[in-house]
Design a protein around this ligand. Sequence first.
Ligand code: NG1
Length: 404
Amino acid sequence: MDSDRTHALGELFAGHFGGLPPTLLSTAPGRVNLIGEHTDYNGLPVFPMALQRNVAYLIRPRTDGRVRLVNREARYGPREFELSDSIPHAPQGDWVNYVQAGAQMLCKRYSIKVGMDAAVHGDVPLAAGLSSSSATLVGALLGLLEVNQVAVPLPELQELAAEAERYVGVAGGGMDQAISLGGRAGHALRIDFNPVRMQSVAMPSEWRFVISNTLVEAEKSGAARDAYNARTRECKQALAEFLAHPQARALPSSYYGLVHGADVPSVLALAERALHGVLLQRFRHVVSEGARVSQAQHAMQRGDALAFGRLMNDSHESLRRDYEVSCPELDQLVGLARAHGALGARLTGAGLGGCSVALCQREQADTLVGALRREYYSSRPVPSIEPLLIAQASDGARVVRLQS
Ligand code: NG1
């Protein structure tokens, strides 16, 4: 984290809490998912990387079980709560719910008793599909573990963090927490679930992933939450109906089994007979997207940017047509990126707003960024957080002790 940001957070801490200085800095990155969208909660892999943007907590342990928070963004006012294994929810959409989610889980699992005072700042845009929510949760979780001197092995922590986030009412998968905790500089990570397993793939030095924010908020405490939860139910129902077809009896009974232990084209052909309408669409997306993750991983391993880009384009088309989570602004950004030198582009995160991600070669990146700025952003109000970003694959969440 740059020293200006740490300094500003220190000033905020001193001004708000006074007394002894903070002793810990906990940072948790956001992420961009390169491919494998809406697959995690279906037990299929994802392929994200951690970003250079994060949520940071400057922390001083307390002697009681209170948690007091002040956010550098004034619109997220100060918050306080008491550690307990049933922390009352703040109103839907309130940022403190993500801190409470982690705290409650640690109270349940490890009976933690020590609270903290913390000054918080995030530079991951909110409701943009870059996982600011999980970064908020993970940063608090690591801070609270440290002040309580509890050590938890990484895979266990990744699963615990995913379960913790369900406190906010989204029936989410485990991608965001897993990558925020497990990210690796210079690498994308293929993550499998149940249990969490990670394989890192070195980012080819000539590849650039350009992220652009539609500036349409996909706030997962409102309509986007209902749309997300509806899709998790539809996917379960689609699988059950598919498996009930007589010709599916000999096939594996999970999405993972169908993608990794059966012939995917035959599975999709059978789905056309076994399913109809929305359930067919959801099923087709999940199975085809699951298969694209392995193909994309191999394309990156052999440095084949053209193949990777094609897979990104296919992913977007499937998310738009079958999963119905794109929107006109996402389609516009994806179209602009392709028209200005991207080898592939797609929406990233849950969709219905948020960001697109495009792959291009290094020498094309500035042209692409310039074109997006001119053709998408020049006619829109300037947002508080820069909407265009060239992703740098970064390390996962960390807690460091500060020199006194
Ligand atoms: P975003 O939209 O970035 O919060 C959500 C889920 C992921 C995954 C993606 C779609 C949470 C916390 N995040 O990400 O697990 O399902 O949608 O691939 O639920």
